[in-house]
Design a protein around this ligand. Structure first.
Ligand code: SAM
Length: 274
C-alpha cells in the first residue's frame, strides 16, 4: 500500500478516512486472498491492515479480543471446554481463550500468510499457536464448518468484513452448519462491523443467524481504531441468552457491568438487528 507523506489512511467512504501517521512501513504483501500491510504507528504501536482496513493495533486489540472471547465464554450455559475460531490468524482470540482455561481450541484461518506475518510482527499474540491445546488449520472456515464431525461449546467468527473470502461467513447456509456443530447451551459469536458506517455487517449477521438459532442478540464495544469507534458483535444460541454470573473475571476491557450492559443498543442500531 502506498503511503501519502507517511500517513496510512483507512477510507470509510469517498469523503471520509481515518489516518495514522506512521514511522515505518514494515511489510506490504499481496497473498492469494488479500493485501496485508504492517505499519509502525506513533500512537497505536504496530498496526495490521488487510485490504486497507485496520485489523488490529497493539494498543487497542485488547478490546476486540476481550469482547469476542469473554462474552461467549460467560454466556455459554456451562463452562466451555472446546472452541472453534474461524479467521483469527493473528492468534489474539486463541490467546484469550487459553487464559480463560479452554481445553481444546481449533483455529481455522484461510490465509497462512496472515499467520506468518503475525508470527513475525505480533509474536505476543501468535504465542497462543505454540500451545498444544491450540490446533491451527489453514483452510476455509466455511468449508471446515460444512465438513467437520467435531462439536464445540463456543464458535468465534473472527473474520474480516463481509466481502471477499469472508462474505459467506455471514450467510444462512454457514450458520446452519454452525448450528449443527455447536453443542446445546453453546454460543456462536461473530464480529459484525460498525453499525454507523457499515450497517450491512450487523444486518447480515442477524439475518444469517436467525434462521438456525432462536436466540440472537447484538452487543457493542468501544474500539478506537475501528470505523466510528463504535463496534458490534452478534451472538446466537439455541438456549436463552443468559449470563453465568458466578466468578466473572475481569479482562482489560471486559467486566461484569460490561457483560450485562453491552446488549443495550441505541435505536438506530437496534433497527438493523430486526
Ligand atoms: N480483528 C480483526 C477485525 O475484525 O478487524 C479480525 C482479525 S483476523 C486478522 C481476520 C482473519 O479472517 C483474516 O486473517 C482473514 O484471512 C480471515 N478470514 C477471512 N475469511 C475467512 C474464511 N472464509 N475462513 C477462514 N478465515 C477467514
Amino acid at each position: 500500500m502506498k503511503l501519502i507523506e507517511n500517513w496510512f489512511s483507512e477510507r470509510y467512504s469517498d469523503n471520509l478516512q481515518l489516518s495514522f501517521r506512521v514511522s515505518d512501513q514494515l511489510l506490504s504483501v499481496k497473498t492469494d486472498f488479500q493485501r496485508i500491510d504492517v505499519f509502525e504507528t506513533y500512537d497505536f504501536g504496530k498496526l495490521l491492515s488487510i485490504d486497507g482496513t485496520v485489523q488490529l493495533t497493539e494498543k487497542d486489540e485488547f478490546v476486540y479480543h476481550d469482547m469476542i472471547t469473554r462474552m461467549p465464554f460467560y454466556y455459554a450455559d456451562k463452562i466451555p471446554e472446546k472452541a472453534l475460531i474461524i479467521g483469527g490468524g493473528d492468534g489474539g482470540a486463541a490467546g484469550e481463550l487459553l487464559k480463560l482455561g479452554l481445553k481444546s481450541i481449533i483455529n481455522v484461518e484461510i490465509d497462512g500468510q496472515v499467520v506468518e506475518v503475525c508470527r513475525k510482527h505480533f509474536p505476543k499474540l501468535t504465542a497462543s499457536f505454540n500451545d498444544p491445546k491450540v490446533k491451527l488449520i489453514v483452510d476455509d472456515g466455511i468449508k471446515y464448518a460444512r465438513n467437520t464431525k467435531e462439536k464445540f461449546d463456543i464458535i468465534i467468527v473472527d473474520s474480516t468484513d463481509p466481502v471477499g473470502p469472508a462474505e459467506d461467513l455471514f450467510n444462512e447456509e454457514f450458520y446452519s452448519n454452525v448450528s449443527r456443530i455447536l453443542n446445546d447451551g453453546g454460543v456462536v459469536v461473530t464480529q459484525s462491523g460498525s453499525p454507523f458506517y457499515q450497517p450491512r455487517g450487523i444486518e447480515l449477521a442477524n439475518k444469517g443467524m436467525r434462521k438456525s438459532f432462536p436466540h440472537v442478540a447484538s452487543y457493542v464495544a468501544f474500539i478506537p481504531t475501528y470505523p466510528s469507534g463504535f463496534w458490534s458483535f452478534t451472538m446466537a444460541k439455541k438456549s436463552q441468552i443468559k449470563l453465568r454470573t458466578e466468578n466473572v473475571e475481569k479482562g482489560e476491557y471486559f467486566n461484569l457491568e460490561i457483560a450485562k450492559s453491552s446488549f443495550a443498543l441505541p435505536e438506530f442500531a437496534k433497527k438493523l438487528t430486526l
